[in-house]
Design a protein around this ligand. Structure first.
Ligand SMILES: NC(=O)c1ccc[n+]([C@@H]2O[C@H](COP(=O)([O-])OP(=O)(O)OC[C@H]3O[C@@H](n4cnc5c(N)ncnc54)[C@H](O)[C@@H]3O)[C@@H](O)[C@H]2O)c1
Length: 357
């Protein structure tokens, strides 16, 4: 059983939602973007009608669910509108700009007929699923440390636009990339309560904006006369209840060689350890067998990891809408993650460890 989808936001990731919906057999009924040509282009390529407003989209017959892929400062308003209209919602990451906005979304979800899933798509990657299976089978023993890293060398997105304007994005790579790998680390660890964080942020490449040199530009074109008031790198030590520590390191720009970093997730457990790239083709496990330390690479289908991750996200989205199954990534998990991100920014500002509320 399938359902009718509305798309809110038809930029780079909105297009990926439309592509994934098509692969999943979900019918795109309507699309809305503040730039009408973008909604028209999506409708033209993927079907459905370009709506003249968000209210028109939400009122369209046959739309049971919406995918929201607008800039971060529009997440709260769009998600609340859609939930109040009784829609099932797949909301892109990060959940919102801050914890207070997440609470508004949770309140709207509470009184909605619909349900809310968050776009933590990395959970669906083939490597993440293999690692999670090993963890759930107890094969890592006690997991006491996780490193979560995602680095771009010169990858500031949408320079000068909403991505690099704090009031619209909520921050730089910490809220943009950090939410992906930190969510994955917490998901793998079974969502322990985060108690304290110590974080630092840097802004070394985007300021002054006119000096930034790059080879590619996500969500471009760049605006060299625009705003850059966010960090371009961040690191944090995250302490969880029960003793687990997570080391987070994310950059939009840094002087690092390609392949010089272990970009991905390292899991250290008492019975096994592992490293995998989120969209990689190997989960490299070290464990003991018959008293010897051995390396293991479990076999799995690693073709098109990005597509697989998106397809897995949509498999859960479809089950949420058609069977009211618990979403893949819940609003409560998004809210907890946001409180960690908020605390890391506060810790960086105060230059000291802070408690996570
Ligand atoms: N899941 C992932 O891997 C992933 C990757 C990149 C971005 N994202 C998230 O997706 C969202 C969109 O990012 P993007 O890279 O596609 O940005 P983008 O700038 O390419 O697209 C955003 C689109 O939203 C439109 N828009 C702005 N305000 C709107 C509103 N009020 N109503 C309707 N449309 C509106 C813009 O015109 C634009 O077309 C962000 O929240 C971002 O964090 C997720």
């Amino acid at each position: 059983m399938s359902f009718g989808l509305g798309l809110i936001g038809c930029g780079v990731i909105g297009t990926v939602h439309a592509q994934t919906a098509r692969r999943a057999g979900v019918q795109l009924v309507g699309a809305w973007d503040v730039i009408p040509d973008r909604a028209a282009a999506i409708a033209n390529e993927f079907g459905g009608i370009a709506a003249p407003s968000i209210d028109a989209l939400l009122a369209m017959k046959g739309i049971d669910a919406v995918a929201i892929a607008v800039p971060n400062h529009r997440h709260c308003a769009c998600a609340c509108r859609a939930l109040q209209a009784g829609k099932y919602v797949l909301l892109e990451k990060p959940m919102a700009l801050n914890s207070a906005q997440c609470d508004e979304i949770l309140a709207a979800a509470q009184s909605s007929k619909g349900l809310l899933q968050l776009g933590f798509v990395c959970r669906g990657s083939p490597t993440a699923r293999v690692a999670k299976k090993w963890i759930d089978a107890g094969r890592f023993g006690e997991i006491y440390h996780i490193k979560a890293r995602l680095h771009r060398r010169r990858g500031i997105p949408g320079l000068g636009g909403w991505f690099t304007t704090k009031s619209q994005s909520g921050g730089g790579p910490l809220i943009d990339l950090g939410v992906h790998v930190l969510d994955l680390a917490l998901h793998l660890a079974g969502h322990p309560k985060v108690e304290r964080v110590s974080g630092t942020t840097w802004s070394k490449f985007g300021n002054p904006i006119s000096d930034y040199r790059f080879t590619s530009m996500w969500a471009g074109p760049p605006k060299f006369d625009g705003v850059f008031d966010v960090e371009d790198g961040a690191t944090a030590l995250i302490r969880c209840a029960g003793g687990l520590t997570i080391e987070l390191n994310v950059t939009w720009a840094a002087n690092i060689q390609e392949d010089s970093t272990q970009d991905g997730i390292s899991i250290w457990g008492t019975r096994a350890g592992a490293f995998f790239a989120v969209l990689g083709d190997e989960v490299a496990i070290a464990t003991e067998e018959a008293g010897m330390l051995v390396n293991i690479s479990p076999e799995f289908d690693a073709t098109n990891p990005t597509e697989q991750a998106w397809d897995e996200q949509y498999r859960h989205f479809i089950e949420m809408v058609t069977q009211r199954k618990t979403p893949f990534a819940t609003g409560a998990q998004g809210r907890s993650l946001q409180s960690v991100i908020d605390a890391i920014y506060l810790s960086a500002e105060l230059n000291q460890e802070v408690e996570v509320k």
